[in-house]
Ligand binder design. Structure first.
Ligand SMILES: [Fe+2]
Length: 268
């Protein structure tokens, strides 16, 4: 089973970057599945439905999301809640009998006689949210999940690498790959534990280049010189981009290869 993983396809120029690069990648890597994070596909918070639909059409199998997914709830909840929605959200948000959030934190996709389970999980350390303990939540989920699958991938949205590593230890032999997201800095730590589960603690993003993640340099001047955070940040309108992604191969449940790939290109 071959998989391409992208995360943080940020704003409209970078949605176009994905549209441009994906056919080339598909040709080169011949993946069975493509997983893409779309949390900031509209702006630096929230995807809206029309942008999720735009990305859904690009030969994408699962779209993951994270801490911003409900920032604009009204504009995404119907899409998120569709029975066949490709978009999932972290599974460990607080929910109760009194209030259930739209859709769910996992999805099984099936293609070429292979079934892939994708799980979206989030930590609360240094985040602005409180969520159920991700370690307890995923153990309970995997223990009780009864459907068949051939591989499991966990998108773990977190700030601290220690949590990613401990999740790796906890889930070794239970999942094929854990990849970390949210810190916007690709790590050089892809590794395998006991010849079974791979990890990379941050994948990085599809981003405007050069910029501060996505922000135009000069628009940050007042913030960084004064530490006053009220100043507006401008989006970088640069047509150049860097695409970072992972190519992953899984065989007999085990992850056997992981490759970090970077493309620098321009829309014009
Ligand atoms: Fe995030």
């Amino acid at each position: 089973m071959k998989i391409l993983v992208f995360w943080d396809v940020y704003w409209r120029i970078w949605r176009k970057a994905l549209e441009k690069e994906l056919p080339l990648l598909k040709q080169k890597y011949n993946p069975d599945f493509v997983i893409v994070n779309i949390e900031n596909a509209t702006w630096w918070r929230w995807p809206i439905e029309s942008h999720a639909i735009e990305l859904e059409k690009l030969w994408i199998d699962v779209m993951t999301s994270w801490d911003h997914i409900f920032d604009n709830e009204e504009k995404i909840k119907d899409f998120l809640d569709k029975q066949d929605s490709k978009l999932i959200r972290p599974m460990n948000f607080y929910e109760s009998d009194d209030f259930i959030l739209p859709w769910k934190g996992y999805k099984i996709v099936e293609k070429n006689s292979e079934k892939l389970l994708v799980i979206n999980l989030m930590s609360e350390t240094f985040m602005k949210f409180n969520v159920f303990n991700p370690f307890i939540e995923i153990q309970e989920f995997l223990k009780n999940f009864k459907q068949d699958y051939d591989a499991v991938i966990v998108d773990f949205h977190k700030e601290v690498s220690s949590e990613a590593y401990w999740l790796w230890y906890l889930l070794d032999w239970k999942v094929s790959l854990i990849y970390g997201t949210h810190t916007h800095m690709q790590t050089n730590d892809e590794n395998i534990l006991d010849n079974w589960t791979w990890i990379i603690s941050d994948v990085w993003m599809v981003w405007p280049f050069p910029s501060v993640i996505w922000a135009e340099f000069s628009s940050l001047k007042k913030r960084f010189l004064t530490w006053i955070w009220k100043w507006k940040i401008e989006q970088s309108l640069n047509n150049k981009y860097v695409v970072n992604w992972l190519f992953v191969e899984i065989k007999d449940w085990k992850c056997i290869d992981i490759e970090k790939i970077r493309v620098r290109n321009s829309l014009v």
